[in-house]
Design a binder for this molecule. Structure first.
Ligand code: CA2
Length: 150
């Protein structure tokens, strides 16, 4: 049996609030529910997933740094840090790992500042606008990238 692909799933600041506030924008699904569904999808596809959420930029950087050599890819919703964080971008680049950026909302259909991402150009792909399904679609894309599909 081939080794499971190890994927680190990162959730940025405030995503711990999912399901409890602003359901009109971000839906009613909690982060734990998203993780559970993603874990099942990963298992089905032969991947083992690790999950990490933090509201602190430095903690996110440290977890990303630790993924180098310990994971094959990173699936990340950088949340608000998408639009501002050079340090998160630098940490992702430094791992040398393929990164897929995901967003629940369609960031292009909202305020103009959300159209800027400091992560997108260092990612192999970006998925946004499909609610929790963005994560599953992003995982499928990341795994197919790892298998060498164009
Ligand atoms: O659509 C996404 O997934 C975002 O990454 C979510 C970020 C936002 O800053 C990005 O532009 C797009 C916000 C995450 C905050 O999540 C909350 C969830 C529930 C209640 C309040 C905030």
């Amino acid at each position: 049996m081939p080794e499971a692909q190890r994927i680190l799933v990162i959730h940025g600041p405030n995503l711990n609030l999912l399901g409890s506030r602003e359901p009109d924008v971000y839906g009613a699904t909690t982060l734990a529910e998203i993780d559970r569904a993603l874990e099942a999808a990963g298992k089905e596809a032969g991947a083992s997933l690790e999950f990490f959420q933090s509201n602190h930029e430095g903690e996110l950087v440290e977890r990303i740094q630790a993924a180098a050599g310990a994971a094959e890819g990173i699936l990340i919703n950088p949340a608000g840090l998408t639009h501002t964080s050079v340090v998160l971008r630098d940490a992702l680049l430094a791992t040398g790992l393929p990164v897929v950026e995901v967003h629940l909302s369609n960031v292009h259909a909202r305020e103009s500042f959300r159209r800027t991402s400091l992560v997108s150009d260092v990612a192999v792909g970006v998925v946004c606008g499909f609610g929790p399904a963005s994560y599953r679609l992003g995982l499928t894309g990341l795994l197919s990238h790892l298998q060498g599909s164009p």
